[in-house]
Design a protein around this ligand. Structure first.
Ligand code: F6P
Length: 556
């Protein structure tokens, strides 16, 4: 297998990066009124402006050549047609099929999966409507008022992020609560507010073996039985989403109340499957369908649009340029929308669990950086917290600014203020401000010559910091679907360019195995096992402090 670094396009890009070393983006903008139209693209209601990156026509041509030389389009078509693109687990990857409502036949191991998807959606619809319309009754004959979704990682972050993102579409017929952490604090706080007679638990776990989820599910069942003095029938209060039907059944969930997931849906790509049930319960099935339709629109765009106008492809290529050729290994996600506040956390899993790899398809080490560190926060809050580093820090962090033209909460003055900041921040990161301008501003404000000289170097922003701007017409279920699908395809495209297996996650296994061994050692009388001296002493310290605290009140 040829290493990507030997490709002509890769070598050309290395040379391009050297040639642009002393170029400033503001000079590229100066006098070039075409830069925006040249370096922007649109899919439906989403506009991507990538002009505020250190690119020129040569770079873009070489990036597109890289996409050609790595056969990106061929791999995309393979993924979407059901080929095994998760080689280490021997699985197809078909989250795109989940949102194709046309029922086009698509085969996995000789079976047409389109009818499976339609049937599951029909089951979700019937169930969602039954619960939301008060026809699903609990053990006392009352309708449900609250839903607790128990799951972690891909079985939590997607539904949680989307439910939050689309709060403005929620009619409050059901209150949604999410529990992911095995720290008892989270589930205790959630359960303390609830009435067992009107609470429905949705246990989401592809494997139905994830320790955190199983512990929380057992606690929920115990709570239901204790609170109902043993009267509650768990069948009326528990449903599950899993590909492990047997395990869900042996937990006590009735087979009619188990929604399917399949091997060809990766956990972090699963919000479009029955894992999205909490979204449908919270927002109504029609909004869940709109989410699927928006994602499908992006799938078609990804599949059919020439690479240069293709949003996920261009985002992927720009990301590769920034990290592999300009040496920037982080990526900030900055939504200027309160309701998108969980998007950075969601994309952390989607991107870092997919592309945080060091081994190529053949099992050899890759000699270049792969997935960047994804982090972020609602932009306007970030401005008053970490943007200092984004503007003047030594580490340059490329950023995605995400906002909407129309607000769902148009209070006087709010959206204009928010969006003025949205536009200003990427402008500031691009242009910066030089010493001459700082001197002129200080002079105009009446500062003394001495103060000017003392302050000038502190106030200079070098600028030249790359950003993408994603501007949606409005935050709707459709557009959230398209936005998320866009990032999914970006991640996939980067995985192909880096020759890594984006759909497995072997790196998370070791910690789970070690935790399993350590857990019994934490019992008061248990022997501490053979560990390195740091781990051993930490465990011993934990047990010693716990033993000495045994007779004191927990809050002292
Ligand atoms: O530990 C990582 C992981 O396997 C993720 O990939 C997955 O989304 C999460 O755990 C939850 O897994 P499950 O849905 O099987 O409980």
């Amino acid at each position: 297998m040829n290493c990507r670094t030997t490709l002509p396009s890769w070598q050309a890009l290395v040379a391009d990066a050297r040639a642009l070393e002393s170029t400033h983006m503001k000079d590229l903008f100066a006098g070039d009124e075409q830069r925006f139209s040249q370096y922007s693209a649109r899919c439906g209601a989403i506009l991507l402006d990538y002009s505020k990156n250190l690119i020129n026509e040569t770079v873009v041509e070489h990036l597109l050549q890289l996409a050609e030389e790595t056969e990106l389009a061929h791999w995309r078509d393979k993924m979407m047609s059901g080929a095994i693109v998760n080689p280490t687990e021997g699985r197809a990857v078909l989250h795109t099929a989940l949102r194709d409502r046309s029922e086009t036949a698509i085969e996995v191991e000789g079976e047409n999966i389109a009818p499976l998807i339609s049937d599951e959606l029909a089951k979700m619809k019937a169930f969602t409507e039954g619960v939301r319309e008060g026809r699903w009754l609990g053990y006392t004959g009352k309708a449900m008022t609250d839903v607790v979704s128990i799951g972690i990682g891909g079985s939590n972050l997607g539904p949680l992020m989307v439910t939050e993102a689309l709060q403005d579409y929620c009619d409050q017929s059901l209150k949604m609560h999410y529990v992911s952490n095995v720290d008892g604090a989270q589930i205790s706080q959630v359960l303390a507010k609830l009435n067992p007679a009107t609470t429905l638990f949705v246990i989401s776990s592809k494997t139905f073996t994830t320790a955190e989820t199983m512990t929380n599910a057992a606690t929920a069942r115990r709570w239901l039985m204790d609170q109902s003095s043993g009267e509650a029938a768990p069948g009326k209060h528990f449903v599950a989403i899993s590909s492990n039907i047997e395990k869900a059944q042996s937990f006590g969930i009735e087979s009619d109340n188990i929604f399917s997931m399949w091997d060809w849906v990766g956990g972090r790509y699963s919000l479009w499957s029955a894992i999205g049930l909490p979204i449908a319960l919270s927002l109504g099935f029609e909004h869940f369908e709109a989410l699927l339709e928006g994602a499908h629109e992006m799938d078609c765009h990804f599949a059919e649009t020439p690479l240069r106008q293709n949003l996920p492809v261009m985002l992927a290529l720009i990301g590769v340029w920034n990290s592999n050729f300009l040496g920037m290994n982080a990526q900030a996600i900055l939504p200027y929308d309160q309701n998108l506040h969980r998007l950075p956390a969601y994309l952390q899993q989607a991107d870092m669990e997919s592309n945080g790899k060091s081994t190529n398809w053949a099992g050899d080490p890759v000699p270049y950086t792969t997935g960047p560190i994804i982090w972020g926060e609602v932009g306007i809050n970030g401005q008053h917290a970490f943007y200092q580093l984004l503007h003047q820090g030594k580490t340059v962090v490329p950023a995605d600014f995400i906002g909407s033209v129309n607000s769902n909460n148009p209070l006087p003055g709010h959206h204009e203020n928010l969006m003025a900041n949205f536009f200003a921040q990427s402008q500031a990161m691009m242009t910066g401000v030089d010493a001459a301008s700082v001197r002129a501003q200080l002079k105009a404000s009446g500062a003394s010559e001495e103060d000017i000289e003392r302050l000038v170097s502190h106030k200079v922003h070098k600028g030249n910091r790359p950003t993408n701007t994603l501007l949606m017409d409005r935050l709707t279920p459709h557009n959230v679907g398209a936005l998320v699908a866009m990032y999914e395809h970006k991640i996939f495209a980067q995985g192909i360019i880096w020759q890594i297996c984006s759909f497995d996650q072997w790196g998370v296994e070791l910690g789970k195995v070690l935790a399993k061994a350590i857990e019994p050692e934490l019992a008061p009388d248990a022997e501490t096992g053979h560990h390195d001296c740091s781990t051993r002493n930490l465990v011993e310290h934990f047990k010693a402090v716990q033993a000495s605290a045994k007779n004191t009140s927990p809050k002292l």
